[in-house]
Ligand binder design. Structure first.
Ligand code: ACO
Length: 311
């Protein structure tokens, strides 16, 4: 009966064991996971665009090979995550339709433009750095397929972060103009990277329940703080200034204080009013529609072979 199933589920969570696809789970747990995993998958796929824009004008063959590998990894992350969502009964074509129709979200961060090649480096350092901070704890998420997908994704994100930081170190050893490009990119991406962690805890409707279910392991503010503490020394080593005059080390706690985040900007970007929202979704829609024939051909081929096997 339902009470026994619920008890078994609660005990599994309390014991820090994993919930697997065939296990009974409350509807809300399933819905929350589909929501978060789908948003995460969409972010990986939409996230190919800002950097993909630089593939044809990378400054050297070496940089192009690195960037190509990175953008392909993002596609792979999207695919593992859609597979994880499918273990919960979701359908990936349906999830894609929901994204394109604006019924599901993707990360705010991918709605900002990439204006120079320094942005490729800063996305690796700050955006992928923030993603690692947020995703390493998700390797211990209570839902097995999501947690396992995160392990490989985090390893690849770590390569992404390093290639970005290495690119920036190279530019900082270059000309004054290159150093100015790096600083300009840092000025534009710093605050949006802090917003990636989501609204402050007091205004995060999902955190408490997701923590109780072991889906999330830390609150949005905890992870944001961890990211700031991790990033400040890296900025110093690199020789750039983070654009926040209030940033300072609190000697008592060993943590950094930082200025107020403009939450109205996050709301605006999430609701579709960011600089690049329309273009990002228009391209995603075109990719779905223009490539529908590939899906149709692959489906027809698979059906033909399945029929031959049965015969
Ligand atoms: N961009 C877009 N939407 C956001 C963002 C953001 N930066 N932050 C929060 N939201 C949305 C939430 O998805 C939620 O929307 P919904 O309830 O309509 O679905 C709403 O704002 C309220 O936020 P929370 O209650 O805090 O939501 P949640 O508990 O899901 O926490 C978080 C948000 C931290 C992003 C969480 O979902 C998470 O850890 N996701 C996995 C990581 C991820 O998706 N990363 C993608 C970007 S990183 C990358 O791909 C490089």
């Amino acid at each position: 009966d339902i009470e026994a199933l619920q008890r078994h589920f609660d005990d599994t969570i309390a014991a820090e064991h994993r919930i697997e696809p065939r296990d009974w789970m409350p509807d809300g747990y399933r819905r929350t996971l589909v929501r978060q995993i789908a948003q995460h998958a969409h972010s990986e796929i939409i996230g190919m665009q800002p950097e993909g824009d630089w593939l044809l004008s990378a400054p050297s063959l070496r940089r192009k090979a690195i960037l190509l590998a990175k953008v392909q990894d993002e596609a792979g992350h999207g695919l593992y995550l859609y597979s994880a969502a499918e273990t919960l009964g979701a359908d990936r074509a349906d999830l894609t339709d929901k994204l394109i129709e604006g019924r599901q979200k993707y990360s705010s961060i991918f709605n900002y433009p990439t204006l120079s090649y320094a942005d490729v480096g800063v996305i690796g350092w700050l955006v992928d750095g923030a993603a690692i901070c947020n995703q390493v704890p998700l390797c211990r998420s209570s839902y097995g397929p999501y947690a396992r997908a995160m392990i490989r994704i985090c390893k690849e994100e770590s390569f992404h972060q390093r290639q970005g930081y290495e690119l920036l170190l190279t530019m900082m050893r270059g000309t004054d103009e290159q150093r100015a490009m790096v600083q300009d990119a840092v000025d534009r991406w710093w605050w949006p990277s802090l917003m990636m962690f989501g609204p402050p805890d007091a205004e995060s409707p999902n955190t408490a329940q997701s923590m109780a279910w072991g889906i999330k392991r830390h609150t949005n503010d905890e992870l944001r703080q961890r990211y700031v503490d991790m990033t400040v020394p890296q900025a110093e080593f690199l020789g750039v200034t983070l654009p926040d005059p209030e940033l300072s080390l609190d000697p008592e706690t060993g943590r950094h204080r930082f200025g107020a985040i403009d939450w109205s900007e996050l709301k605006r970007v999430i609701s579709g009013e960011g600089a690049m929202n329309r273009l990002r979704l228009a391209r995603r829609r075109a990719a779905r529609d223009d490539n529908a024939w590939v899906t149709e051909a692959a489906t027809a081929y698979a059906e033909k072979h399945a029929a031959e096997k049965r015969a």
